[in-house]
Design a protein around this ligand. Structure first.
Ligand SMILES: Cc1cc2nc3c(=O)[nH]c(=O)nc-3n(C[C@H](O)[C@H](O)[C@H](O)COP(=O)(O)O)c2cc1C
Length: 331
């Protein structure tokens, strides 16, 4: 033990770069890291709000929660326990978390595996294999969501799965009729050579027709997608007890924990958030799948990828110089 109370600049840079591999709505990366002498602080960057799909900023906070969970794992894998104080100042809700550090005597190999998963995870929008995902593989995913005070409900029965698909279709059909939705989606998708947004190569257009997913390419404009019922994907609903800033932050931490745990088990995943964006769809999922209680935040598709090679390169991220202050020397 060196007796240091804060990671070196090099460690800080590596850990924050990994934290920024977190998923975010439309790859908007709505986070800002502020470094102090003995602590690091996560702030919400409201300038990155998506006003049509996310007027309250719920999905931005979820995205930041995912970055916070990634950060905890990234620092732990570098030998630092990150002690998180969530929403430390009620008068400043954009200040989502402050992090203090203490050096660990050893690094847990499981945490190292999760950090490796964070470096390689990506949203896989292709259909998955038809092979079922066994209960013993799913159970740890429910557990890690529970550790973040959230509930992961697997829609395994045909009826439940159908209800989730119907809710996704319903949300999609409502949104497709909104010109401002189409404009916002177009502004954030299909981008080439950009450090933000969903790149065209992450959208397997040939597979999109028929998927109950957000149609980033707008290929099915005006049509109701017919869900594929015969791939082996499990649709999991992530829900929270309340629906406040704290719940959204927890939902993001749980989302990250589930995605990384799934990636570690070689599963492919994709987050689908439309059920939380259209009130009727959210109510349908609450009533039909969650037995009338809880707040569905998003759906995660989980399944075996078509090949064990993940598709294409990683989605890009903004450089640390745009999301960390003060700048690291040389940035
Ligand atoms: C809150 C949230 C909502 C998302 N909603 C969707 C969605 O509805 N459909 C989709 O295909 N991807 C969705 N994503 C995945 C993002 O598009 C993806 O994380 C981002 O483009 C970065 O790509 P990556 O996950 O491959 O790193 C969502 C992610 C988050 C965190």
């Amino acid at each position: 033990m060196s007796g240091r109370t804060v990671p070196s600049q090099e460690t800080m840079r590596a850990a924050l770069a990994l934290a920024c591999r977190a998923p975010s709505v439309h790859n908007s990366q709505p986070w800002r890291w502020k470094l102090a002498e003995h602590s690091a602080h996560l702030h919400l960057d409201r300038s990155r709000l998506l006003p049509t799909i996310d007027p309250t900023g719920r999905e931005m906070v979820i995205s930041c929660g995912a970055a916070l969970n990634h950060a905890r794992i990234a620092f732990a894998a570098e030998g630092w326990l990150a002690r998180v104080h969530r929403l430390p100042n009620p008068a400043q809700p954009e200040h989502l978390a402050s992090i203090e550090f203490s050096e660990l005597s050893e690094v847990d190999p499981h945490v190292e595996a999760l950090a490796a998963a964070a470096a390689e995870r990506r949203s896989d929008r292709r259909p998955f294999l038809t092979d079922q995902v066994p209960q013993e593989v799913l159970a740890p995913l429910r557990e890690v969501a529970g550790l973040e005070s959230c509930t992961l409900t697997f829609a395994l029965a045909d009826r439940d799965r159908r209800e989730v698909e119907l809710a996704l279709e319903h949300a999609g059909s409502v949104q497709r009729r909104q010109p401002e939705y189409q404009q916002e989606l177009a502004a954030w998708s299909g981008r080439h050579a950009s450090a933000e947004g969903v790149p065209a190569r992450s959208i397997p257009a040939e597979h999109l027709r028929g998927m109950p997913e957000r149609d980033f390419s707008l290929v099915a404009e005006g049509e109701l997608p017919v869900p594929i019922l015969d791939d082996g994907a499990v649709l999991a609903v992530l829900s929270t007890r309340g629906d406040t800033f704290d719940d959204w932050l927890a939902a993001g931490e749980a989302l990250s924990a589930v995605l990384l745990s799934a990636t570690e088990q070689r599963l492919a995943t994709c987050t689908l958030s439309q059920i939380g964006e259209v009130a009727e769809a959210r109510n349908e999922v609450r009533a039909e799948v969650l037995g009338g209680s809880g707040n569905p935040q998003l759906v995660i598709r989980i399944g075996w990828p078509v090949t064990h090679e993940f598709p294409g390169p990683l989605t890009p991220r903004r450089p640390l110089s745009e999301v960390v202050e003060p700048l690291f020397p040389g940035d």
